[in-house]
Design a protein around this ligand. Structure first.
Ligand code: HEC
Length: 399
């Protein structure tokens, strides 16, 4: 039963003996709901989940809400942004601030959606009914967990910048001067930079480059999202092919094929399995110096690794990550004594992610990510849990 008193609406549950106040702005009959359905739903979707083809954000995503203040939203609604038209003059400031409240309330109240019949007689499909039976699906915050790919699809024509830092030259906790050098963060970093582009919302291409300290590889990649949980499949599957060439794509080429399988455990956690074949995989060792001729001509072996990982949201915009990448074929030939493993904590903000973590692997290209620090530093003790070191990843969708 719904009671109205002093302009507020209360849901009275007689059987349960509880009374709950209903949010005014987002009630199905509320004015903001119909304003949204009438003026905004064409671009933002009737449920506010956004449309990839237009480039509108998902208002029901807590990560989006965390990244935008109410006053920013109000300014964008008032003045417009890109293809989004300005509404000041067309809507009163009272209506605009009610719309901000409405947009804000979308993540918390997924069932309280705009009315099915909006003013003007046009009919909008109520997605609430569909959403209620939808399986719970996890949305990865980044293209990688820590080094292992998540296989998340790109937006059509989306541009993503990926940046990773690894500090393999000093263990985070066990070296004697760890405090003086900020647990290794003051030390040299292996800083890699890449760009991904969504040709469609299934096909993506990318280029990625790591620095001289790790043999200067450039990696070219193409990936296709074959099946997606969001489209009714029990899991996600992305297939990627890539080629890496060291010394700026001039020698020591390695070709990789990856299958990236993932499955949501709830909307708060996802599990990943990444079988990877690398043809002509090379031992990951430091160059003797940073001149191009010093990159040694390592022989190639066919390697197979089976990465597994888990992402788990401890808060709507904060995830814990863990991954391990055992090499199951030709590990000895590649000087891989033990699997690389990593742990991370990730902050997800709309179109951005920052991940801080600990790892035993210095490499972030497809073939190098399976090589532990013991091979890179030529030190059998490196690559163990005691010698774990720091790293971080940054991703930003710029379009
Ligand atoms: C013609 C399409 C279109 C219409 C109509 C439209 N929007 Fe948008 N809106 C967009 C696009 C595109 C963006 C993303 C802009 C960007 O970030 O470049 C956006 C962004 C937003 C944002 C996010 C602002 C931010 O700070 O990132 C809010 C809030 C918003 N719109 C609210 C509304 C409301 C409320 C209405 C109805 C009164 C509306 N929009 C109508 C296309 C539209």
């Amino acid at each position: 039963m719904v009671l109205t008193k002093n302009g507020k609406r209360y849901l009275v549950d007689l059987a349960g003996g509880t009374v709950r106040e209903l949010p005014v702005q987002s009630s199905p009959t509320g004015e903001a709901g119909s304003l949204f359905a009438k003026n905004c739903a064409t671009c933002h979707g009737p449920d506010g989940k956004g449309k990839k083809s237009i480039g509108t954000p998902d208002f029901t995503d807590p990560a989006f809400q965390a990244g935008v203040s109410a006053s920013d939203m109000e300014a964008v609604i008032r003045k417009g942004k890109g293809v989004m038209p300005a509404w000041s003059g067309k809507l009163s400031s009272q209506q605009i601030s009610e719309l901000v409240h409405y947009v804000r309330s979308l993540p918390a109240a997924p069932s309280e959606l705009p009315p099915s019949n909006v003013a003007g007689g046009s009919t909008v499909k109520r997605p609430g009914q569909v959403a209620a039976n939808k399986p719970k699906i996890y949305e990865p915050g980044d293209d990688v967990l820590f080094s292992l790919p998540t296989g998340r699809p790109t937006d059509r024509h989306g541009v993503y910048v990926n940046f990773s830092h690894r500090f393999p030259f000093q263990p985070a906790f066990t070296s004697p001067n760890a405090g003086a050098t900020l647990l290794g963060l003051d030390n040299f970093a292996i800083s890699s930079l890449g760009v991904r582009y969504g040709v469609t919302d299934k096909l993506s291409v990318g280029v990625y480059r790591s620095p001289s300290a790790i043999n200067r590889p450039i990696q070219f990649m193409a990936g296709y999202n074959l099946i997606e949980e969001g489209e009714g499949s029990p899991l996600n599957l992305m297939v990627r092919v890539s080629i890496e060439g060291q010394n700026n794509f001039s020698r020591n080429f390695t070709e990789n094929i990856e299958g990236i399988l993932s499955r949501s455990l709830t909307s708060r956690a996802q599990f990943y399995i990444v079988p990877t074949v690398s043809f002509n995989d090379r031992r990951v060792i430091q160059p003797i110096n940073f001149y191009s001729s010093s990159i040694s001509a390592e022989p190639g072996f066919t390697a197979f690794s089976l990465g597994t990982g888990l992402a788990f949201d401890i808060r709507p915009t904060v995830a814990l990550l863990a991954e391990v990448i055992p090499t199951l074929a030709n590990a000895r030939e590649l000087d891989i004594q033990r699997p690389v493993f990593s742990f991370g904590i990730q902050k997800k903000i709309w179109r951005h992610a920052f991940t801080f973590g600990l790892t035993t692997g210095p490499g972030t290209t497809v073939s190098q990510r399976a090589a532990p620090n013991s091979s890179f530093l030529n030190d059998p003790h490196a690559g163990t849990i005691e010698n774990i070191f720091l790293g971080f990843d940054l991703t930003r969708q710029i379009r």
